[in-house]
Design a protein around this ligand. Structure first.
Ligand code: SF4
Length: 902
């Protein structure tokens, strides 16, 4: 045990960067609360942040010891740190000597701390001499980076969170903020409540919970954003709603933009986008004529083969109307990951150098080389994420060191990524979790510390640098990411550059931060005046924060002097181009991807929590009912989703939130929970030509009914997270044999149920035997086992004392929901156990939990709404929406839907 402690830190999920207070006792995190003094969230947390403590309470599934495989295909075996360090350093140095520095690549993560990022960047560019270091931020924000640089002259948003309070018109483009940035979304809601008349325009091919709350939802065809923004600009020019003073005094290039939008009339743009001309013109008017217009945008713009152009077309609107550089106005890119910004600051990507310097700029390279005291920094362009794995597959890159990310799930065209990892001479995976899809390919696994165990800094979406502090020690032998990198770096330096001064002399993250901030001096993001002491004394601070400043800069370009050489912002003429891979008669559907409310990325953390599954228990493919009817498909059918790059099977969910012709799947599910790697199996690998960001938001697919006639459902009541993870690990190898399979957790009071849904083409006795064995369905007095081999039916159930503990249904799964409900209820079994095989009179319909914090189901909410309850009454009577508030958008929507149907 030990004394209770409270440690102020930062949430590890999204780019809002909420402050948290971690309560711990000894080496155990016992609670997480919002930090009322943190300017990003003022004490609020969303469902993900609020459940952080629950994800940190078990070391099950964690990578606890360094390990390696004696040969490919063998299981990982524990090894001493010293041996692991020497092995990785020696192998990498050998590959550099044999094949040159560009034969080595680093693939890191927007979840690393700035100090971790700094060391990896220095290791790659300073020691190895390659720019082959990229990050999963490439999948997230790189189009926003190129957009800002080309238009405003420097990376980073001009805006701050306070602008959400001051905006009179808010344009939300390609962002489901209600799910992806919930605490900011709540702030927007509060601002609209405080100033009725504030208008929200939401641009999204889906009617998300965010879009449902908009004053104007522009449900455009996927990938048509540039046409929309150019059509809006055409209308502004026609109506004369421009800020000529801003255009003439502070920008350049407007005439070229004017020429390029000349033919994009509102009618033409509306036709491309599939919306009405009236709505497009209305959006343009609200945008231009509002006292302050703020654009908030995210993956919907960035994850595109024309992501940079989408960003530029939107910034053009701000420049033309002068909606920038003042309270409540400006283009505000919301970062997806907790430290995508910090990674950019240290230059931890293949296309940039430290402190927003450019690889292509010889003077910048010389500055960095001199600062690091190395001979030179390579001017050869590094490989961005998709190209990096293609080069690995082609044998040009021989070794990859993957840190805190899961490319075998998160990159598009997963099978190509798997092939690349198989082809590599050396795959080093540095991870906190031992069971990600990428760990399966690791030759060496280096166990990393995770959230709650690490010390350093992160930068959130509004350029605010916050401290991340360790509340507990890392479990097992896990170590901080920067320590692992620095240790291997020192050993590589002895092998590659023994005479150079020590490149990695650090003992603490503070020393690394001090080196990083020195490199920023004189740059647009100058934090020469900021150090750990100021962060300790005055809390999180925004950049720039040059030496001599009392505080950072909240809002940039208020003097209308931009970060370009001329000081003028650059209009960029961009015209609409279709998506990279168009639909066709063979692949007629637009597939778009996105996030769920309560899951995060590849679920390595949130997938440990039963509560995180209650809102969306299984993966689905969402489709408009009219499309389904035309194909003879029904809700719940299993469908094959196939593209030119791959295929997977998903259960169909019908929804009118999508336009006909567009389908949607969530990005989170992967090989630990499914029989496939998830939706990226089918996503195409086309990238933006300027940002190299892949087009994860659009793939042309075909949808067919999956002929998988043999259905299986199984579940087991498990004793807490530890057993849930162990059971999931035991079942996971069985998934591969299925045409479709999904594992998920269900919260059942203070217990947890692990549930499997599977479908195979034909009965498979051996597979079923393995499943029954994994659920301890051996013979015994507490097991009932019914088999009809001729029909392919098996039903077995196991009790403990008077409680049903587990069941398997194969070939006839009609009872599954009823048995799951019984398992979840945990009540004593009444009557004959034989009733377990008898269908209930009334079929049990699966309910969905809307409020995770209070465990309130959709059925209870709908019943209250039918009795006349509004959101306030729902909160008062059922308690839903009263803790983190993440479900409030859905509650509002449910109330609104009910009003419309009345
Ligand atoms: Fe974490 Fe939620 Fe805040 Fe994002 S909004 S930082 S996920 S608590």
């Amino acid at each position: 045990m030990g004394e209770p402690r409270t440690t102020a830190s930062t949430c590890c999920y999204c780019g809002v960067g909420c402050g948290v207070l971690i309560d711990s006792v000894g080496d155990r995190i016992v609670g997480v609360r919002g930090d009322p003094h943190h300017p990003a969230n003022a004490g609020k947390l969303c469902s993900k942040g609020l459940s952080l403590a629950l994800t940190a309470q078990s070391t099950a599934g964690r990578a606890l010891h360094p390990s390696w495989r004696p040969q490919r295909g063998a299981p990982l075996q524990p090894v001493e740190w010293e041996s692991a360090f020497d092995h990785v350093a020696t192998r990498l140095a050998e590959i550099v000597r044999r094949h040159g520095p560009d034969a080595v690549a680093f693939y890191v993560s927007g979840q690393l701390l700035t100090e971790d990022y700094y060391i990896f960047n220095k290791l790659a560019k300073g020691l190895v001499g390659t720019n082959n270091i990229d990050t999963n931020s490439r999948l997230c924000m790189s189009s926003a980076v190129t957009g800002y640089k080309l238009s405003l002259g420097a990376d980073g948003p001009p805006t701050c969170y306070e602008d959400l309070d001051h905006a009179h018109t808010v344009l939300i483009a390609g962002s489901n903020m209600a799910y992806a940035h919930p605490v900011l979304y709540r702030r927007l809601e509060a601002a609209r409540e405080a100033r009725p008349g504030t208008r929200w325009i939401v641009v999204d091919p889906r009617r998300t919970d965010t879009a449902a709350m908009a004053d104007l939802h522009l449900q455009i065809q996927p990938g048509t954003d540039v046409a929309l923004f150019n059509g809006m600009l055409h209308h502004l020019i026609w109506e004369g709603w421009l800020d000529h003073g801003h255009i003439a005094g502070h920008t350049e290039g407007f005439d070229a933009v004017k020429r390029i939008v000349r033919d994009t009339t509102p009618a033409a743009a509306a036709a491309v986008c599939g919306i009405s001309e009236r709505d497009l013109c209305q959006a343009a008017e609200w945008f231009a004529r509002s006292p302050a217009t703020l654009s908030l945008y995210c993956m919907g713009l960035n994850q595109s083969s024309h992501g940079t152009d989408k960003n530029l077309a939107l910034v053009n609107l701000h420049l033309a109307t002068g909606q920038i550089g003042r309270a409540g106005a400006g283009p505000f890119s919301l970062t997806g990951q907790p430290n995508a910004m910090g990674g950019r600051e240290v230059g931890g990507m293949a296309t940039m150098l430290a402190a927003h310097r450019d690889i292509g700029n010889a003077a910048h390279r010389a500055e960095v080389a001199a600062f690091w005291k190395v001979d030179a920094v390579s001017g050869r362009p590094g490989l961005a994420a998709v190209d990096m794995f293609d080069a690995l597959a082609a044998g040009k890159v021989k070794a990859v060191w993957i840190v805190c990310t899961n490319p075998a799930h998160s990159l598009p065209r997963i099978e190509a990524v798997r092939q690349a990892l198989r082809r590599a001479e050396l795959v080093v995976v540095q991870e906190a979790y031992a069971d990600t899809d990428t760990v399966a390919f690791a030759d060496v696994l280096l166990p990393a510390a995770s959230w709650g165990e690490k010390d350093g800094t992160v930068t959130n979406s509004e350029r605010r640098i916050s401290r991340v502090r360790a509340a507990i020690a890392p479990p097992g032998e896990a170590r901080a990411d920067w320590r692992i990198a620095a240790e291997i770096g020192r050993r590589m330096q002895r092998l590659l550059k023994p005479d150079a001064p020590d490149l990695f002399p650090y003992q603490t993250p503070r020393e690394i931060f001090d080196e990083h901030r020195a490199l920023t001096q004189g740059r647009d993001l100058d934090i020469g005046g900021l150090d750990y002491d100021i962060l300790e004394a005055r809390g999180p601070q925004q950049w720039p924060f040059p030496a001599g400043s009392a505080q950072g800069l909240a809002r940039r370009y208020v003097d209308r002097r931009y970060a370009t050489e001329s000081g003028r912002a650059c209009f960029q003429p961009v015209s609409y181009r279709p998506v990279a891979v168009a639909t066709s008669p063979r692949y007629p559907f637009h597939l778009t991807t996105g996030r769920l409310r309560d899951q995060w990325h590849g679920m390595s953390r949130t997938g440990r929590l039963a509560q995180a599954f209650s809102h969306a228990p299984e993966p689905t493919l969402d489709m408009h009912p009219a499309d389904a009817a035309r194909r003879g498909l029904s809700d719940g059918d299993l469908v094959q989703v196939e593209s030119r790059d791959g295929a997977l099977v998903l259960p169909l969910r019908l929804t009118e939130d999508l336009a006909s012709g567009t389908v949607f799947a969530a990005m989170h599910w992967n090989g630990q929970f499914m029989n496939s790697g998830g939706v990226n199996e089918v996503c195409n690998a086309a990238v933006d030509g300027k940002s190299f960001q892949p087009e994860l938001k659009h793939t042309a697919v075909r949808i067919d009914k999956a002929e998988l006639g043999w259905r299986v459902r199984a579940a087991i009541d498990v004793d807490g997270q530890e057993e849930a993870l162990a059971r999931r690990a035991a079942l996971q190898p069985l998934l591969a044999a299925c045409g479709y399979a999904a594992l998920g957790l269900r919260a059942a009071g203070d217990r947890t149920v692990l549930a499997l849904t599977a479908a195979l083409a034909a009965p498979d006795e051996a597979w079923l035997g393995a499943l029954a064995e994994a659920l301890d369905m051996g013979a015994g007095p507490d097991v009932l086992d019914y088999r009809d081999r001729r029909q392919g039916v098996r039903k077995c159930a196991r009790w403990q004392a008077d409680r049903l503990l587990a069941f398997v249904l194969a070939g006839d799964v009609a009872q599954a929901e009823a048995l799951l409900a019984r398992l979840a209820a945990g009540k004593p079994w009444e009557g004959s156990r034989l009733r377990v095989f008898t269908p209930d009179a009334a079929p049990v319909v699966r309910d969905r939990t809307v409020c995770q914090c209070k465990g309130v189901a959709a059925s209870a909410i709908n019943a209250a709404i039918a009795r006349g309850a509004d959101v306030a009454a729902l909160k008062a009577t059922l308690g839903c929406g009263t803790v983190c508030g993440s479900c409030v958008p859905e509650l509002s929507r449910m109330c609104g839907a009910s009003r419309m149907s009345a």
